[in-house]
Write a protein that binds this ligand. Structure first.
Ligand SMILES: [Zn+2]
Length: 298
């Protein structure tokens, strides 16, 4: 089965997913440049009410422990089907993941790719083999951009390891010729081992950055978003080190905005679930969102 066949089949079986994909074609969006970076990469605000559950997700340990894990097979909706990487090619059959259609998409073709077992959201383990999995999954899903949101960098399921995937053309940061207004580490190669070595170095560099003020002692890896794509034999990957999970104006009270940036937001599409907030975001707000949650260029 191809990824496209799987996707179509899932939409035909699950009204929630197909309705939310259809709703995407009428979401409002507008372009915006962050104040002070007018010559740089362009961002697009997307007003997407269906994403409130993700942007507003409570990710503290108590809230996570109190809910059934929506990425575990046993508690998924019955309409949700899964594709094994092995169905995309025999060489991927040892990858212990399942490809799912995300029922709350940001773009058409939005997948969630959880590990089969319930394991924490940590990509930078000893040998960075989760990043190795990311490289291979990107190859299995050529043309898609896979991304990883760290446990305190936008993931709404910090207790169950997962990637997400969207078309790489949706991620402006992968193709822009303009400057990106925050620190990133990037690399391109057709060699798997070289990519793995680069990633270990990038994680080591991220560890050297000033520790975030709200950092908890038990965080197992530097905070980061990771993006990876494979096109025409070449992997391209980016690490975005993060110094805060959310800006200090995060919230739904007066004067606050429900913005919780993750890979997609920092790649150029800022998701805004609340209509009034969508209207209220100025170039200055966008600049503040970026400067509070990422590290400045060095
Ligand atoms: Zn789980």
């Amino acid at each position: 089965m191809t990824l496209n066949e799987f996707y179509r089949r899932q939409l035909s079986l699950w009204p929630l997913a197909s309705d939310n994909v259809r709703a995407l074609f009428s979401v409002c969006s507008r372009a915006l440049l962050p104040a002070g970076h007018e010559e740089g990469m362009q961002f697009v605000l997307q007003h997407n009410p269906a994403r409130a559950r993700s942007t507003g997700a409570k990710t503290d340990a108590a809230s996570v422990a109190a809910r059934p894990c929506f990425l575990c097979r046993s508690s998924r909706p019955y309409e949700q089907i899964a594709l094994s990487p092995g169905e995309l090619g025999d060489e991927f059959s040892d990858l212990d993941y399942e490809i799912l259609v995300n029922p709350y998409p940001i773009f058409p073709y939005h997948f969630t790719i959880p590990s089969v077992s319930h394991m924490p959201q940590v990509i930078a383990d000893d040998r960075c083999m989760r990043f190795g999995d990311m490289l291979r999954l990107s190859r299995a899903m050529e043309g898609m951009a896979l991304f990883y949101n760290g446990a305190r960098c936008g993931a709404s399921a910090p207790d169950h390891f997962h990637f997400q995937g969207v078309p790489s053309s949706s991620m402006t940061i992968l193709s822009t010729e303009r400057s990106v207004p925050f620190l990133t580490y990037g690399y391109e190669s057709g060699c798997y081992e070289e990519m793995l070595e680069w990633f270990s170095r990038a994680v080591a560099q991220a560890r050297e950055l000033p520790v975030p003020e709200d950092s908890a002692a038990d965080e197992p890896e530097p905070r980061m978003n990771v993006i990876c794509t494979y096109i025409g034999g070449i992997w391209k990957a980016l690490v975005i080190p993060r110094r805060a999970h959310r800006p200090d104006f995060y919230g739904t009270d007066a004067g606050q905005l429900l913005l919780s940036p993750a890979s997609v937001d920092l790649s150029g599409t800022v998701i805004v679930p609340v209509s009034a907030h969508y209207e209220a975001i100025t170039p200055e707000v966008l600049a503040s969102l970026i400067s509070q949650t990422t590290y400045p260029l060095m």
